[in-house]
Design a binder for this molecule. Structure first.
Ligand code: PLP
Ligand code: COI
Length: 339
């Protein structure tokens, strides 16, 4: 059923699927992308032999549209999502979607559903979910030769609410292999994180923290966000690993941290070192910046900064990032695009 705008409570949206009026769809056939357009139907019709149903050719993106104080709408670095989508497509042997068309289509979807962009100050945003699936029939393990690309939109609250420290547990499972698909935003990485996250929730944790899959010694990332820490010396550090997603929020915070004199660096971070961080957080589009209150490993809980309060460096980074996204502060050239 289509979402009625009058049924929305902007301050309590949660992070759930809703069926908005319009989405963008383009199909790939005969070796090329066909012209895309806005469509109303939220359903996809697939053959039982469709590649996606068997061998998992799926990639996706996540980005947000922000309602500014003056009522206009901002996107945050959408060309970065378009480019990562190309990299994901290449890793999954899928045809890249033209990057300029990706950004133009995102804007079309925002404009078509603009009454669903939550008001400024509600703490909510319009989340855009571009994705692509292999649709042609296969039986042997092979890439599809037909694909569907779509972008739908959903108004969402924060994935992890506000700046409240959360408790994480180090997972015994791996999310992605060392030279696997960890850098691609593809369904399989999330499928493999479901059982670990169910088990973490059952034990009362917000989510899992994954270690590098080769040595199980270094921090990799969370199920849906990258990790950062502030060392005792006040340096912003974030893992460098071939099995994690290259986060656009991470890239942005590395730049903001530099301006704030935090001497940021991407490098391996051992678990032992992480326990001694002055502050730590999860960063991503859905997560924004969410402080890590504690990390539990082999039954032992390590509190980082505080389980109740957010540290000053994390708070400052959060405020600066969000102010740029909403257009309250001017960010680096080209970060924000008006729709
Ligand atoms: N890591 C994973 C596994 C994610 O799913 C996400 C979310 O997109 C991120 C990191 C953060 O990436 P970004 O900041 O580009 O949203
Ligand atoms: C995002 O931040 O956009 C993601 O895709 C993360 C997902 C776990 C919701």
């Amino acid at each position: 059923m289509k979402q009625r705008i009058e049924d929305l409570d902007w301050k309590n949206l949660g992070f759930v699927y809703r069926d908005l009026p319009y989405r963008y769809e383009a199909k790939y056939k005969d070796g090329q992308w066909q012209e895309g357009k806005l469509v109303e139907a939220s359903t996809l019709t697939l053959s039982e032999g469709a590649e996606i149903l068997h061998y998992g050719q799926e990639i996706f993106e996540g980005l947000k549209a922000y309602r500014r104080k003056d009522g206009k709408i901002n996107l945050f670095r959408p060309e970065q999502n378009a480019h990562r989508f190309t990299l994901s497509a290449e890793r999954l042997a899928m045809p890249p979607f033209p990057e300029e068309q990706f950004v133009a289509a995102v804007k079309q979807v925002v404009l078509a559903n603009q009454e669903f962009v939550p008001p400024y100050d509600s703490g909510a945003t319009l989340y855009l979910r571009p994705f692509m699936v292999g649709t042609s029939n296969v039986l042997g393990v092979q890439a599809a030769n037909e694909y569907t690309f779509r972008i739908f939109a959903v108004p969402v609250g924060a994935y992890i609410k506000g700046l409240n420290p959360a408790a994480y547990i180090v997972s015994d499972y791996d999310r992605a292999a060392y030279a696997g698909t960890g850098q691609a935003k593809t369904a399989g990485n999330y499928a493999s994180s479901l059982l670990p996250s169910v088990e973490a929730h059952q034990k009362g944790y917000a989510d899992c923290l994954y270690l590098d899959p080769r040595e199980h010694k270094y921090i990799d990332e969370f199920g849906g966000a990258n990790f950062f820490g502030i060392t005792p010396e006040g340096q912003f550090v974030t893992p460098k690993s071939p099995s994690i997603l290259i986060s656009i929020t991470k890239k942005s915070l590395l730049e903001l941290a530099k301006k704030q004199g935090l001497n940021p660096v991407e490098r391996q971070i051992t678990l032992a070192e992480a326990f001694g961080m002055k502050e730590a957080g999860a960063m991503g589009t859905a997560a924004v910046i969410s402080p890590v209150g504690s990390i539990t490993y082999q039954g032992q809980k390590h509190v980082i900064y505080s389980e109740k309060e957010t540290g000053p460096i994390t708070t400052k980074l959060y405020q600066e990032l969000v102010d740029i996204q909403y257009g309250n502060e001017e960010g680096p050239e080209g970060w924000v695009q008006e729709v």
